[in-house]
Design a protein around this ligand. Structure first.
Ligand SMILES: [Zn+2]
Length: 112
């Protein structure tokens, strides 16, 4: 067996990752787990495509195939979360500090 390169991209191709994704979505009841002002998002499969998201991203040291590090997110919340993580990384390098646990909801449209 040739040694495998240790990049995050490789993880997404493995059956382990597919099994992890399925387990994360099953655990979530195939429904987005994001909260808007404490109200859980109602987007769910099969009407809405869900992403299995790494709560702590792999490049930030999160575990790739631990279900505890996974959450189901709809496309909208997945992009909000992805952008938020990027902002946090930028802030880490710069001056501003972000308060952990402040959430990543910046959408006040409700969503009933
Ligand atoms: Zn959602």
């Amino acid at each position: 067996m040739a040694p495998q390169p240790k990049t995050a991209d490789v993880v997404y191709l493995t059956t382990d990752h597919r099994a992890w994704r399925r387990a994360v979505l099953d655990r979530a009841g195939n429904r987005c787990q994001a909260l808007d002002d404490g109200v859980r998002c109602t987007n769910a499969e099969p009407e809405c495509r869900l992403f299995a998201d790494h709560i702590i991203e792999i490049k930030d040291g999160g575990h790739a195939t631990d279900i505890a590090n996974g959450q189901a997110l709809c496309g909208r919340h997945h992009s909000i979360k992805t952008n938020h993580a990027r902002v946090l990384r930028l802030n880490d390098r710069g001056a501003a500090r972000h308060t952990p646990g402040a959430g990543y909801s910046d959408d006040t449209t409700g969503g009933r």
